[in-house]
Design a protein around this ligand. Structure first.
Ligand code: EPU
Length: 434
């Protein structure tokens, strides 16, 4: 077990480089299971989440070599189609259902873990794979999927544009007989990057208007060499860090196309940005203003951005309103920020225009943030990856010393974050506990 000890209250200045996207890298490893040839990934992040996925792939026959930020993976034959219990859990094993069904016609995967931010069912995945012809049974600890003969292309309409269900359905349908159309699919930049990889592997995948993805089944996929897109969630985390600490930071590798909605928010709250040839600079020229934010699927304001932004909003003048429409229960960290002096009130009522699935449910999915408030250091414990980065930003904004426990959760999503933050002036130490 390790913890961060953070001395806050100093504006951060300098350049920080993004890693490859966490929410693309693990999916690339799963995509590589669709071929017996080698795939090579550049800009591959060395984080807890991808380590779990590497463990999954190695246990079913993949050989993996890591050289710096390059990862080579080849799975000449599958030694099993059952994904056993992993030493740690994330939500990636469920995506092996589609990939192993596609390659081998059968798969068994353990129930998925991941962050505690809502119930996170997988009904949309199961429904889509069933429409492609799979039979899925639920055991005590696992899902089992089989198909007699080949999967068959189908017209599938999602009730909600789920990222994971879109990926799983694409994995299963690349080898399906005929054409699959996914309507109301997720179109996050990480999904488009995955489609680019699969296209280079030999798949035929088209993007239509209105969240439509069309997949024409092929018989064979080959290896590919792919550079993983930069992590836009890291970009937002570092931007909010610059803004909340009243610093000036260049986020190297940040891509404007992936951040359009966030950049508008930056300007609305009175902070500034400048798009440079190899990144985006963020700073805070004066006092911050309150804002009304509603999280949504891409191209809306991403749910993984609200936690870092809320820390910045604790420094803004007025009452900010944050309506979380993607997850039922993603404001647990507000209590932690309140213990540092923030004034955040979490409620169950929808506050905004986006039609929200939680309207008639009692879900703590809105937050009112009163600011500005002076934050002071305290003892914190990471709840999940994004809540954890909110803790780090708050601790660096606060006066005094904070300790943050359970940082292994944060390491699942942010590569060597302490080392990288020290380069921009953060006083952050990793201390091992006995
Ligand atoms: N949902 C269902 N049924 C399903 C699938 C999803 O009701 O079958 C619901 C979920 O419960 C949730 C919403 O739909 O309320 C969105 O879930 P989605 O499937 O889109 O999310 P995911 O694939 O499980 C990925 C990221 C998350 C990110 C979301 C939304 C990975 C490994 N995780 O999760 O990232 O918040 O998409 O963009 O790609 C993070 O990085 O901290 C993180 C949680």
């Amino acid at each position: 077990m390790a913890q961060f000890v953070i001395q806050g209250g100093t504006p951060l200045h300098g350049d920080i480089r993004l890693s490859g996207a966490k929410n693309a890298a693990s999916k690339m490893l799963i995509a590589s299971l669709l071929t017996d040839e080698e795939c090579v990934f550049e800009n591959f992040p060395r984080i807890g989440d991808t380590n779990i996925t590497r463990e999954l792939c190695e246990a079913i026959g993949s050989r993996i070599v890591v050289e710096g930020s390059r990862l080579r993976i080849v799975t000449p034959t599958l030694s099993t189609t059952t994904v056993g219990a992993l030493s740690r859990r994330n939500r990636i094993p469920v995506l092996a259902l589609g990939a192993l069904l596609g390659r081998a016609g059968e798969a068994e995967v353990p129930f998925v873990g991941g962050d505690k931010i809502g119930p996170r069912p997988i009904d949309i995945h199961i429904q889509a794979l069933t429409q492609l012809g799979a039979t899925i049974t639920t055991g005590e600890q696992s899902y089992r999927a089989t198909v007699s003969g080949r999967l068959r292309g189908a017209n599938i309409t999602f009730p909600y544009p789920s990222v994971g269900a879109t990926e799983n359905t694409i994995f299963a349908s690349v080898f399906a007989l005929g054409r699959t159309v996914i309507r109301n699919a997720a179109v996050e930049p990480e999904i488009l990057d995955l489609i680019k990889l699969l296209q280079n592997m030999g798949a035929i995948i088209e993007l239509g208007t209105d969240r439509r993805i069309m997949i024409e089944g092929v018989k064979h996929l080959r290896g590919a060499h792919h550079t993983i897109l930069p992590d836009r969630n890291e970009a937002v985390s570092f931007a909010c860090l610059a803004i909340a600490t009243k610093g000036d930071v260049i986020v190297k590798g940040a891509v404007q196309d992936h951040l359009v909605t966030f950049l508008n928010t930056v300007r609305r709250i009175g902070a500034e940005y400048e798009v440079l040839h190899d990144g985006i600079r963020f700073w805070c020229p004066g006092s911050l203003r309150a804002a009304h934010i509603e999280t949504d699927t891409h191209p809306g304001f991403m749910t993984d951005w609200q936690q870092p932004l809320v820390v910045a909003l604790t420094q803004a003048k007025g009452r900010s309103v944050v309506h979380e429409t993607v997850y039922e229960d993603r404001f647990g960290y507000a209590e932690d920020l309140n213990s540092m002096g923030a004034r955040i009130k979490v409620g169950t009522e929808c506050l905004g225009d986006i039609s929200c699935r939680f309207k008639d449910k009692i879900c703590s999915h809105t937050a009112l943030v009163e600011g500005p408030t002076e934050l002071h250091g305290t003892e914190l414990r990471v709840r999940d990856i994004r809540a954890g980065i909110a803790h780090v930003i708050a601790a660096l904004t606060a006066h005094g010393t904070s300790t943050i426990d359970n940082i292994e959760e944060l390491d699942r999503g942010y590569e060597r974050v302490d080392e990288r933050l020290r380069y921009i002036g953060a006083q952050i130490k990793r201390v091992s506990e006995n």
